[in-house]
Design a protein around this ligand. Sequence first.
Ligand SMILES: Nc1ncnc2c1ncn2[C@@H]1O[C@H](COP(=O)(O)OP(=O)(O)O)[C@@H](O)[C@H]1O
Ligand SMILES: NC(=O)OP(=O)(O)O
Length: 609
Amino acid sequence: MTNRSLTSAQSSVSSYMWQFIKQKPSIQARVHSIFSNGFNLKVQDRLWFVGKGEENLSAIGLALGAADFERIAAGLFVGAQVKMVPLFSRSDEQLDLTFTCYIRPMPITLTVLSIRIVDLSIPQIRLDKLNRSTLLHQLEKAEIQKKSGFASAALEQAYIRFVDGSDSFSAASLQPLIGAGVGLTPSGDDFLQGMILFERITGVKATITDLTRQSLQHRSTTDISLAYYQALFDGYANMQWINLFKAIESEDEQQIAAAIEKNQAYGATSGNDSLMGVLTFLRKAKMEAIMGKRIVVALGGNAILNEDPSTQGQIEALRHTSKQLIELIKQGHQLIISHGNGPQVGNLLLQQSIAQSEKNPALPLDTCVAMTQGSIGYWLQNTMNEAIAEAGLSQQVASIVTQVVVDENDPAFANPTKPIGPFFTQEEAEKLSAETGEIYVEDSGRGYRKVVPSPKPQTIVEYPIIKTLIENGYVTVSAGGGGIPVKKVAHGYEGVEAVIDKDFASANLANLVEADYLFLLTGVDNVYVNYNKPNQEKLENVTIDQLQAWIAEDQFAPGSMLPKVQAAISFAESRPGSKAVITSLENIGAIFNGGSATVVLAGNPVQAV
Ligand SMILES: Nc1ncnc2c1ncn2[C@@H]1O[C@H](COP(=O)(O)OP(=O)(O)O)[C@@H](O)[C@H]1O
Ligand SMILES: NC(=O)OP(=O)(O)O
């Protein structure tokens, strides 16, 4: 008998198999099937896989260093006896094992020391992370179908029926996939396992998992497939999947590409077959909008203030607004709310100046912005909580006092353009201007309003906090009133007197928190060219270039639609795939369901919402 001891850390065992090994003093097995990258052992009613090298560590198995694997594999035959004796000299992270193969020309015993116990339990990956990852795109260009069992006529038909939606997933439609196709792990099973795996990592409703379990009671498949189904149901996957999950988590495109390639190389068609399941899961999830989008929603004036300017009136308006916003949460999206404060901050400033005295000096504009941010955030937090409870949802809402950094040399300080506060007639405005030196301008045909400097936002101080809250499932209210304008000073930040445009601040926020969408909600469903003229034209899917051309023609009113269009452009061009939507509050539930809105994106308008 040949004996060989290994002391290297080249061998590993899955945590799943370890659970079984550690209960047994010795394990008698027979070789069940042999592949180029490993072989299966039958142990009573279970199958265990012995892989070549850690990259072939199976959920149901053990992986030996490549050289030692080759020594055994050379003489291996189906039916050969194998005996494993755990030595238990190590900790819970390591195992020693003697591994005797009764092979030709003579048996071989390996004493495999320091076998690493590798956790192959299926992790959770947040849908938004998966959604942002390039996995779907990469699978689409990897030509996996061509290399899979689904390239064969019979299976291809079954696949197309699912993908074009003519066959929905049901026990009856799914059952024929069990055991379908050639190989020791038939393609149909690999496909279903890819889907089950992704249901598991994303934690979405386990529809395919449940249907597959039911179908397995009526239709059988190979022992090997059954063993992998069992491992999946128990929450374990092969090493190459775990590596793909790590790559998705890293958001590194190249790492994802490398992990896909490793998976594709698995088995004859197995790797590609299960990736077909993943691809189908991702497409289905996208179609059903299971994969939530991260959406910054900027609320325009009429979302907060209608005819009744009292506190109660504004809360009522926000109550209505919150009920509409809930539609996005119901559809599974992450909601990052921002809002304007033009009327409120102007009114507060007016109250400050009227009531000021030596003992009670008027508060500066940045503090007034902070106060309106606080009051509107407080109202919104409560109306959102009410709407969430009413809809039977469980999200929690947090308002964040948000400071937005501006450049103190921004030319906007010398040229006030931001209308705030109440509307006045021309005579009233002229009188006020003469008395106070303040500047009043006509605001989009609605009357005269005081204007204040509105510098461009550079960054948002609290954005990492906002991002953390979103990623942990909270609905946030932030950057209210465009954020509190501050400048960077040696010891931190200091307020500056201005009101930042909330559409620009929201675009900045959307970029910083890596949102998929920026929704600018206002009084119209769409942006128009030739607005309010007999030849007005509704804009639906538009590119940045088209908008730039219309801006040059002065199609959008400064102080109302122009900043929205500019903010939409700045977000759409910030990152590939970012989309900005300008529409009304009433329209938000319909946006992902074929409703009409103005959608701005950097690329081809055909790919809109
Ligand atoms: N080209 C345009 N297309 C559509 N609406 C326009 C256009 N130009 C001006 N508007 C007006 O601008 C309004 C949006 O600006 P405003 O009311 O200031 O924003 P907010 O809703 O953020 O308070 C629209 O409701 C509409 O009345
Ligand atoms: N800060 C700001 O832009 O407010 P409005 O949208 O209400 O004008």
